[in-house]
Design a protein around this ligand. Structure first.
Ligand SMILES: Cc1cc2nc3c(=O)[nH]c(=O)nc-3n(C[C@H](O)[C@H](O)[C@H](O)COP(=O)(O)OP(=O)(O)OC[C@H]3O[C@@H](n4cnc5c(N)ncnc54)[C@H](O)[C@@H]3O)c2cc1C
Length: 321
């Protein structure tokens, strides 16, 4: 029997959960990502001999099936429940008081976690996609990859829109989904709070998370949306200097605070979403998943990939695709 084939754009958690579920059911799956590897907003930054993350610091589950999935990842040694102290405003509180008791953090590189979810699917890194057509993925270098039983687009909605010129129905049903940006920095300093997480009550900075995989004193510091919107077009140097001086003021730190890396997430989190787990143009065999469709956060993104894959597997078994 001929194996069904899927082509997926985007190797974030949504694309990876979809790819892994389909390949586990015997589908041939190609995954294309413009980046150098899997991960998306769960990517890893290599530093010397260690790693840190500028993306999602925590993974949390509100309900099944993601709750059971997180328990399995804990059993496999990929995640651990977050522990330690949280500095919130001027007080140091427990995880429960900070409402973070259901939060987990990766113990392996987050990008590796996503890579493992891909299962047997073939990942094509450094492969930006320029357009989608019925059953076909057009790469930026002009190559057309095709005759897929389903093409799945798993990128933030503002990045999906320009790919959908040849699919007006899907484009229209997507409507307008707005994302908000975040500037994230890896900063190293000596001294300061003994806490593991700092939740700022501030209009410039939102959160700082101690990093344990790349030497002492390293933190990931995430800006507020307002900060990122103000410094959306600023240089890395300007945004880093503004964030470091805001941090020093808030924590009463002396110089030097070294900024070792930074990243502007233009599409950090969706403000509105399309609704449901996926959107599809059945006739042309193209579907959209990810947090811009299903809702903000790792849980919704992961579940959108899973649910679409399950629906495709069922449709294949029923002979409708
Ligand atoms: C700083 C930050 C903190 C966050 N904190 C949390 C948190 O604490 N808890 C939580 O649940 N969520 C958090 N989130 C949100 C969470 O990370 C996302 O909701 C989730 O990771 C989205 O996954 P995704 O697969 O939908 O998209 P992504 O991870 O963005 O994956 C999309 C992929 O598509 C690729 N791509 C884009 N365009 C193209 C193209 N044209 N061709 C080929 N490839 C392309 C990208 O390279 C990327 O790999 C945070 C996000 C950020 C940025």
């Amino acid at each position: 029997m001929v194996k069904p084939k899927a082509g997926i754009v985007g190797a974030g958690i949504a694309g990876a959960s979809c790819a892994g579920t389909l390949s586990g059911a015997g589908w041939d799956v190609d995954v294309f990502d413009k980046a150098r590897g899997a991960g998306g907003r769960l990517s890893t930054r290599r530093l010397g001999h260690g790693w840190a993350t500028l993306g999602t610091p925590f993974i949390s589950a509100r309900r099944d099936p993601f709750r059971s999935q997180l328990r399995e990842w804990v059993r496999k040694g990929w995640l651990e429940a977050v522990r330690g102290d949280v500095l919130q405003g001027r007080a140091t509180v427990s995880w429960a008081q900070a409402q973070m008791q259901n939060h987990y953090r990766p113990t392996i590189e987050p990008s590796q976690l996503v890579r493992r979810l891909l299962g047997e699917a073939s990942l094509h890194a450094h492969s930006p996609v320029a357009a989608l057509k019925p059953r076909t993925i057009v790469l930026a270098d002009g190559r057309e990859m095709g005759d897929y039983d389903c093409v799945i687009c798993s990128v933030p909605t503002p990045q999906a829109l320009p790919l959908l010129e040849a699919l007006p129905l899907l484009r229209e049903s997507l409507g307008e989904v707005r994302y908000r940006p975040v500037w994230s920095f890896l900063m190293r300093w000596e001294g300061g709070p003994a806490a593991h997480v700092v939740k700022f009550d501030d209009h410039l900075l939102q959160l700082a998370v101690r990093q344990t995989g790349a030497g002492p004193g390293l933190w990931a510091v995430h800006s507020s949306y307002e900060f990122a919107e103000t410094y959306l077009e600023a240089s890395v140097e300007e945004a880093s200097t503004r964030a470091a001086s805001a941090l020093m003021g808030l924590l009463g730190l002396p110089w030097p605070v070294e900024v070792e890396a930074s990243h502007l997430w233009r599409y950090a989190r969706p403000e509105t979403t399309a609704g449901g787990f996926w959107l599809s143009d059945r006739e042309n065999r193209v579907a959209l998943i990810g947090d811009g469709i299903a809702g903000v956060g790792v849980e919704r993104a992961w579940e959108s990939g899973l649910r679409l894959a399950q629906a495709l597997i069922q449709a294949r078994e029923a002979g409708t695709i």
